[in-house]
Design a binder for this molecule. Structure first.
Ligand SMILES: C[S@@+](CC[C@H](N)C(=O)[O-])C[C@H]1O[C@@H](n2cnc3c(N)ncnc32)[C@H](O)[C@@H]1O
Length: 228
Protein backbone atom coordinates (compact mmCIF):
# COMPACT_ATOMS: atom_id res chain seq x y z
CA UNK A 1 0.00 0.00 0.00
CA UNK A 2 1.36 3.47 -0.88
CA UNK A 3 1.84 6.19 1.75
CA UNK A 4 -0.99 8.20 0.16
CA UNK A 5 -3.44 5.27 0.37
CA UNK A 6 -2.41 4.65 3.97
CA UNK A 7 -2.99 8.32 4.85
CA UNK A 8 -6.37 8.23 3.15
CA UNK A 9 -7.57 5.11 5.03
CA UNK A 10 -6.44 6.65 8.36
CA UNK A 11 -8.39 9.83 7.55
CA UNK A 12 -11.55 7.86 6.67
CA UNK A 13 -11.42 5.53 9.71
CA UNK A 14 -10.99 8.55 11.99
CA UNK A 15 -13.88 10.40 10.29
CA UNK A 16 -16.28 7.42 10.57
CA UNK A 17 -15.28 6.70 14.19
CA UNK A 18 -15.67 10.35 15.30
CA UNK A 19 -18.93 10.75 13.44
CA UNK A 20 -21.01 11.91 16.43
CA UNK A 21 -18.54 14.57 17.55
CA UNK A 22 -17.41 15.71 14.12
CA UNK A 23 -19.70 14.68 11.24
CA UNK A 24 -17.67 14.04 8.04
CA UNK A 25 -18.41 16.59 5.30
CA UNK A 26 -19.75 13.97 2.83
CA UNK A 27 -22.27 12.61 5.35
CA UNK A 28 -23.72 16.11 5.86
CA UNK A 29 -24.18 16.23 2.05
CA UNK A 30 -25.96 12.84 1.84
CA UNK A 31 -29.36 14.29 0.87
CA UNK A 32 -28.15 16.09 -2.25
CA UNK A 33 -25.92 13.14 -3.17
CA UNK A 34 -28.96 10.86 -3.00
CA UNK A 35 -30.94 13.29 -5.19
CA UNK A 36 -28.16 13.15 -7.80
CA UNK A 37 -28.37 9.35 -7.77
CA UNK A 38 -32.17 9.53 -8.17
CA UNK A 39 -31.72 11.79 -11.22
CA UNK A 40 -29.25 9.31 -12.76
CA UNK A 41 -31.59 6.40 -12.07
CA UNK A 42 -34.45 8.14 -13.90
CA UNK A 43 -32.48 7.72 -17.11
CA UNK A 44 -32.53 3.92 -16.77
CA UNK A 45 -35.17 1.23 -17.08
CA UNK A 46 -35.87 -0.78 -13.92
CA UNK A 47 -34.86 -3.24 -12.58
CA UNK A 48 -31.21 -2.25 -12.21
CA UNK A 49 -27.94 -3.73 -11.00
CA UNK A 50 -26.01 -1.10 -9.06
CA UNK A 51 -22.35 -0.95 -8.07
CA UNK A 52 -21.41 1.68 -5.47
CA UNK A 53 -17.63 2.11 -5.38
CA UNK A 54 -16.51 3.55 -2.03
CA UNK A 55 -20.08 3.25 -0.74
CA UNK A 56 -19.39 4.56 2.79
CA UNK A 57 -22.63 4.29 4.79
CA UNK A 58 -24.53 3.43 1.59
CA UNK A 59 -26.93 6.28 2.40
CA UNK A 60 -27.01 7.59 -1.16
CA UNK A 61 -27.56 4.32 -3.06
CA UNK A 62 -28.35 1.26 -0.91
CA UNK A 63 -32.09 2.13 -0.89
CA UNK A 64 -32.11 0.97 -4.55
CA UNK A 65 -31.45 -2.59 -3.34
CA UNK A 66 -34.60 -2.53 -1.18
CA UNK A 67 -36.78 -2.58 -4.34
CA UNK A 68 -37.82 -6.00 -5.68
CA UNK A 69 -35.87 -6.96 -8.80
CA UNK A 70 -32.97 -4.56 -8.20
CA UNK A 71 -29.54 -5.61 -6.98
CA UNK A 72 -27.00 -3.48 -5.06
CA UNK A 73 -23.37 -4.16 -4.24
CA UNK A 74 -21.29 -1.73 -2.21
CA UNK A 75 -17.49 -1.84 -2.00
CA UNK A 76 -15.40 0.02 0.54
CA UNK A 77 -11.93 -0.33 2.03
CA UNK A 78 -13.31 0.26 5.52
CA UNK A 79 -15.15 -2.54 7.36
CA UNK A 80 -18.93 -2.70 7.56
CA UNK A 81 -19.19 -2.06 11.33
CA UNK A 82 -17.02 1.08 11.24
CA UNK A 83 -18.96 2.43 8.25
CA UNK A 84 -22.33 1.51 9.73
CA UNK A 85 -23.47 0.48 6.25
CA UNK A 86 -27.05 -0.81 6.00
CA UNK A 87 -26.98 -3.65 3.48
CA UNK A 88 -30.33 -3.83 1.62
CA UNK A 89 -32.35 -7.05 1.28
CA UNK A 90 -31.30 -7.41 -2.40
CA UNK A 91 -27.65 -6.61 -1.94
CA UNK A 92 -24.31 -7.21 -0.34
CA UNK A 93 -21.24 -5.40 0.95
CA UNK A 94 -17.67 -6.28 0.01
CA UNK A 95 -14.76 -4.93 2.01
CA UNK A 96 -11.61 -4.13 0.04
CA UNK A 97 -9.96 -1.72 -2.31
CA UNK A 98 -11.72 -1.68 -5.70
CA UNK A 99 -8.95 -3.25 -7.76
CA UNK A 100 -8.49 -6.13 -10.23
CA UNK A 101 -7.76 -8.67 -7.48
CA UNK A 102 -10.98 -7.84 -5.61
CA UNK A 103 -12.97 -8.14 -8.83
CA UNK A 104 -11.31 -11.50 -9.64
CA UNK A 105 -12.27 -12.83 -6.19
CA UNK A 106 -15.93 -11.75 -6.25
CA UNK A 107 -18.08 -13.14 -9.05
CA UNK A 108 -20.85 -10.61 -8.30
CA UNK A 109 -18.44 -7.76 -9.05
CA UNK A 110 -17.89 -9.14 -12.55
CA UNK A 111 -21.51 -9.18 -13.72
CA UNK A 112 -22.49 -6.21 -15.91
CA UNK A 113 -23.93 -3.20 -14.07
CA UNK A 114 -26.60 -0.74 -15.24
CA UNK A 115 -25.49 1.94 -12.78
CA UNK A 116 -22.05 2.45 -11.26
CA UNK A 117 -21.60 5.21 -8.69
CA UNK A 118 -18.39 6.80 -7.46
CA UNK A 119 -19.38 9.61 -5.13
CA UNK A 120 -16.19 11.19 -3.84
CA UNK A 121 -14.30 7.89 -3.60
CA UNK A 122 -11.67 7.05 -6.24
CA UNK A 123 -11.92 9.24 -9.39
CA UNK A 124 -11.72 12.36 -7.23
CA UNK A 125 -8.46 11.17 -5.65
CA UNK A 126 -6.56 10.23 -8.81
CA UNK A 127 -4.16 13.00 -9.71
CA UNK A 128 -2.45 11.28 -12.63
CA UNK A 129 -4.11 10.81 -16.04
CA UNK A 130 -2.72 7.25 -16.44
CA UNK A 131 -4.15 6.16 -13.06
CA UNK A 132 -7.50 7.72 -13.95
CA UNK A 133 -7.48 5.92 -17.33
CA UNK A 134 -6.78 2.55 -15.62
CA UNK A 135 -9.57 3.15 -13.13
CA UNK A 136 -12.07 4.18 -15.82
CA UNK A 137 -11.35 1.04 -17.83
CA UNK A 138 -11.82 -1.08 -14.66
CA UNK A 139 -15.24 0.51 -14.07
CA UNK A 140 -16.21 0.55 -17.75
CA UNK A 141 -15.34 -3.16 -17.97
CA UNK A 142 -18.02 -3.87 -15.33
CA UNK A 143 -20.79 -1.98 -17.17
CA UNK A 144 -23.24 -2.74 -19.94
CA UNK A 145 -23.31 -0.49 -23.00
CA UNK A 146 -25.80 2.34 -22.28
CA UNK A 147 -25.31 1.96 -18.51
CA UNK A 148 -24.62 5.05 -16.41
CA UNK A 149 -21.51 5.90 -14.42
CA UNK A 150 -22.34 8.66 -11.91
CA UNK A 151 -19.15 10.36 -10.73
CA UNK A 152 -18.92 13.01 -8.05
CA UNK A 153 -15.55 14.74 -7.74
CA UNK A 154 -14.02 17.97 -6.52
CA UNK A 155 -13.95 20.59 -9.24
CA UNK A 156 -12.89 24.07 -10.21
CA UNK A 157 -15.95 25.55 -11.97
CA UNK A 158 -13.85 28.09 -13.90
CA UNK A 159 -10.20 27.85 -14.76
CA UNK A 160 -7.71 25.07 -15.22
CA UNK A 161 -7.84 21.70 -13.38
CA UNK A 162 -5.24 21.18 -10.64
CA UNK A 163 -4.10 18.79 -7.89
CA UNK A 164 -4.78 19.77 -4.27
CA UNK A 165 -5.04 18.37 -0.76
CA UNK A 166 -7.90 18.44 1.75
CA UNK A 167 -7.20 19.58 5.33
CA UNK A 168 -7.05 15.96 6.57
CA UNK A 169 -4.35 15.12 4.01
CA UNK A 170 -6.49 13.42 1.34
CA UNK A 171 -5.17 14.04 -2.19
CA UNK A 172 -7.75 15.49 -4.57
CA UNK A 173 -7.99 16.23 -8.28
CA UNK A 174 -9.97 19.42 -8.93
CA UNK A 175 -11.46 18.71 -12.36
CA UNK A 176 -12.79 21.34 -14.75
CA UNK A 177 -16.42 20.39 -15.62
CA UNK A 178 -15.41 20.01 -19.31
CA UNK A 179 -12.85 17.30 -18.34
CA UNK A 180 -15.64 14.73 -18.03
CA UNK A 181 -16.30 15.01 -21.77
CA UNK A 182 -12.64 14.64 -22.72
CA UNK A 183 -9.97 11.87 -22.57
CA UNK A 184 -9.58 9.66 -20.63
CA UNK A 185 -13.35 9.80 -19.84
CA UNK A 186 -14.42 10.10 -23.49
CA UNK A 187 -12.62 6.87 -24.51
CA UNK A 188 -15.26 4.81 -22.72
CA UNK A 189 -18.09 7.18 -21.84
CA UNK A 190 -20.28 9.85 -23.42
CA UNK A 191 -20.94 12.82 -21.13
CA UNK A 192 -24.70 13.23 -20.67
CA UNK A 193 -24.86 15.94 -18.01
CA UNK A 194 -22.81 17.76 -15.37
CA UNK A 195 -24.12 19.47 -12.22
CA UNK A 196 -21.86 21.70 -10.12
CA UNK A 197 -22.63 22.43 -6.45
CA UNK A 198 -20.59 25.00 -4.49
CA UNK A 199 -20.43 24.90 -0.69
CA UNK A 200 -19.76 28.14 1.22
CA UNK A 201 -16.59 28.46 3.36
CA UNK A 202 -18.55 27.76 6.58
CA UNK A 203 -20.77 24.95 5.21
CA UNK A 204 -20.34 21.65 7.13
CA UNK A 205 -20.25 19.99 3.69
CA UNK A 206 -17.06 21.92 2.91
CA UNK A 207 -14.06 20.03 4.37
CA UNK A 208 -12.10 23.32 4.58
CA UNK A 209 -14.75 24.67 7.02
CA UNK A 210 -12.89 22.77 9.76
CA UNK A 211 -9.87 25.07 9.29
CA UNK A 212 -10.18 28.08 11.63
CA UNK A 213 -10.85 31.30 9.70
CA UNK A 214 -11.44 29.44 6.42
CA UNK A 215 -12.54 31.67 3.54
CA UNK A 216 -12.35 29.03 0.81
CA UNK A 217 -15.53 27.62 -0.80
CA UNK A 218 -15.41 24.18 -2.41
CA UNK A 219 -17.17 22.94 -5.54
CA UNK A 220 -18.08 19.44 -6.55
CA UNK A 221 -19.13 18.24 -10.00
CA UNK A 222 -21.57 15.41 -10.60
CA UNK A 223 -21.07 13.91 -14.05
CA UNK A 224 -23.52 11.49 -15.65
CA UNK A 225 -21.49 9.35 -18.04
CA UNK A 226 -23.02 6.85 -20.44
CA UNK A 227 -21.01 3.73 -21.29
CA UNK A 228 -20.25 3.60 -25.02
C1 LIG B 1 -15.84 10.71 0.82
S1 LIG B 1 -16.35 9.10 1.30
C2 LIG B 1 -17.88 8.99 0.39
C3 LIG B 1 -18.76 7.84 0.80
C4 LIG B 1 -20.05 7.70 -0.01
N1 LIG B 1 -19.76 7.42 -1.42
C5 LIG B 1 -20.93 8.93 0.11
O1 LIG B 1 -21.07 9.68 -0.87
O2 LIG B 1 -21.47 9.15 1.20
C6 LIG B 1 -15.29 8.08 0.27
C7 LIG B 1 -15.37 6.59 0.58
O3 LIG B 1 -14.61 5.89 -0.41
C8 LIG B 1 -13.91 4.82 0.22
N2 LIG B 1 -12.75 4.50 -0.66
C9 LIG B 1 -11.71 5.32 -0.97
N3 LIG B 1 -10.85 4.68 -1.78
C10 LIG B 1 -11.37 3.43 -2.00
C11 LIG B 1 -10.95 2.30 -2.76
N4 LIG B 1 -9.80 2.32 -3.46
N5 LIG B 1 -11.73 1.20 -2.77
C12 LIG B 1 -12.88 1.16 -2.05
N6 LIG B 1 -13.34 2.20 -1.30
C13 LIG B 1 -12.59 3.31 -1.28
C14 LIG B 1 -13.54 5.38 1.57
O4 LIG B 1 -13.25 4.38 2.52
C15 LIG B 1 -14.79 6.19 1.94
O5 LIG B 1 -15.72 5.42 2.66
Amino acid sequence: MSQDEDKQITAYVSAYKNRRANEPSWITAATERRTLVEQALQKLELPVRVLDIGCGTGATTSWIGEEEGNYWIGVDTIDQATLGVQVPCHGEFVQGSFNDELIRNHANLRLPFDLAVDHGAIATSLQRADELADYLSRVGGRMRVGGIFAVLATCTPEGAPYNGTLPDGRARRFFAPRDFGQPPFSGLFRLDDTTVITYAPNSPSNPYSKVPGNDRPISIAHAILVKK
